[in-house]
Design a protein around this ligand. Structure first.
Ligand SMILES: [Zn+2]
Length: 437
């Protein structure tokens, strides 16, 4: 894949990540490698095929698996499968046979798509010369050429001009053809009992997803670039400004912001996404080590909380392990999502450990009842009642539970940390939640 692949993110913690930076480009080179260079990409189908398996192993990036970890017989079987079923592989083998008969033969392979009315650009592959040529992501062979194992039969990818079904129902003047975004959204969706190459091949699928996303963005940017005058960009800018001052721009006389809730939620989501981008890209806090998609939300309850009582807090927030007999589901969810650690000396490599200590202050102290300190902060009930959760061979008791709301935890089944907070030590207590899906 033609992009800068950031391999440093996969340092052993958390799920594997496929991350790229910079512009994505797909290029296709010549059928034969330059004098003295080993074959790469499609050249593996053509050049020195007597040693194809070892050539393929050598062509791998060292992080993608070393020769010792890969089974040559699997590579051989996959190659044989593609030779038998994949139209591109067949074409490349034909080129190999022709070059074997006459090694000075000069010709081109042209991958044409006759069905295209609105977009015509063939992929041309020359025997030797020439700089690598760009493959447009609008060519139907773009994905199958890049991911032969995901599209073993050379299935067609996106092309310009696919009509919507049921066109009569669409209002006149509306777009008649599907966008690349819609195309990939449709194909990326899981369907019962249906094998999906975009979902089922681990990191290769992740790469294909990133690739598709990059192609969508690239084509949108191209569209904007080519249609500047039509788009009346200054009007869009106006909308962006108005969103910042929603009461001035978008609302009609007599409307409240809540009357335009559709805009409000979109703006919220845009801002949330953008804020996460800013944090991840280092704009806000410099380089960061790790981050999962999550949000912090702070809100005020309607209930009068000027003088919060322990029972008021207990109604919404719990920080203890529930009775596994009374509520087995909640017990399992707390065990899965709300326990810190094991950290400390039992597990010094836990991500929460900073300078030899748990950065989140676990384990807390046992606490028989919820109390509120003089600043209005809650100290949650975490009794020494013998309940525990077994994790990594270690028994974690109530002191290791992060406060949660049973309703939210059961509904979303995710790490949702709920805290009673007190604004600046003044009189207005609030609750804040953190959601990490
Ligand atoms: Zn910890």
């Amino acid at each position: 894949m033609g992009a800068n692949i950031d391999r440093s993110v996969n340092d052993g913690r958390g799920p594997p990540v496929f991350k790229i930076s910079g512009q994505v480009h797909h290029r296709i080179g010549s059928l034969l490698p330059p004098e003295g260079s080993p074959p790469k990409f499609l050249q593996l189908y053509i050049y020195d095929t007597a040693n194809e398996v070892s050539n393929r192993l050598k062509a791998l990036h060292s992080d993608d698996g070393s020769a010792s970890s890969l089974d040559p017989s699997i590579i051989q079987n996959l190659t044989a499968m593609l030779d038998q079923h994949n139209p591109f592989a067949k074409k490349f083998r034909m080129a190999r046979d022709r070059l074997e008969q006459n090694c000075d033969d000069e010709f081109v392979i042209r991958i044409v798509d006759f069905s295209l009315e609105t977009f015509k650009r063939d992929i041309i592959i020359q025997t030797k010369s020439g700089n690598p040529r760009h493959i447009s992501s609008l060519h139907p062979a773009y994905m199958p050429l890049q991911y032969p194992l995901l599209f073993p039969f050379g299935e067609r990818g996106f092309q310009v001009g696919i009509l919507y079904s049921g066109l009569d129902d669409r209002k006149k003047g509306k777009r008649q053809t599907i966008t690349m975004h819609e195309y990939f959204r449709y194909h990326f969706h899981y369907r019962r009992n249906q094998h999906n190459p975009f979902l089922n091949y681990g990191l290769l699928s992740s790469q294909a997803k990133i690739d598709a996303r990059a192609a969508i963005d690239e084509n949108r940017l191209w569209f904007i670039l080519r249609n500047q005058s039509r788009l009346r960009v200054e009007n869009l800018q106006g909308i962006a400004d108005a969103i910042g001052r929603i009461s001035l721009g978008i609302l009609e006389a007599g409307q409240k912001p809540s009357d335009k809730a559709d805009i409000v939620v979109r703006v919220y989501n845009m801002k949330l996404e953008e804020m996460l981008d800013d944090i991840k890209s280092g704009n806000a806090f410099g380089h960061i080590l790790a981050g999962l998609p999550h949000a912090h939300i702070i809100f005020w309850t309607a209930e009068d909380t000027t003088n919060p009582s322990p029972s008021m807090i207990d109604k919404y927030i719990s920080a203890e392990i529930p009775d596994p007999k009374e509520d087995p589901l909640l017990y399992a969810l707390v065990a899965e999502h709300m326990m810190d650690g094991p950290c400390g000396k039992d597990n010094p490599k836990c991500p929460c450990m900073k300078n030899g200590k748990c950065s989140k202050g676990f384990p807390k102290s046992f606490q028989e009842e919820t109390t509120i300190d003089e600043n209005g902060f809650a100290i949650y009930k975490q009794p020494n009642n013998g309940r525990f959760v077994q994790k990594g061979g270690i028994r974690l008791d109530n002191r290791w539970v992060a406060p949660y709301n049973p309703y939210l935890l059961k509904k979303f089944q995710a790490h949702i940390n709920v805290e009673w907070c007190n604004k600046g030590g003044t009189t207005r207590p609030t609750r804040s939640t953190q959601r990490r899906a």
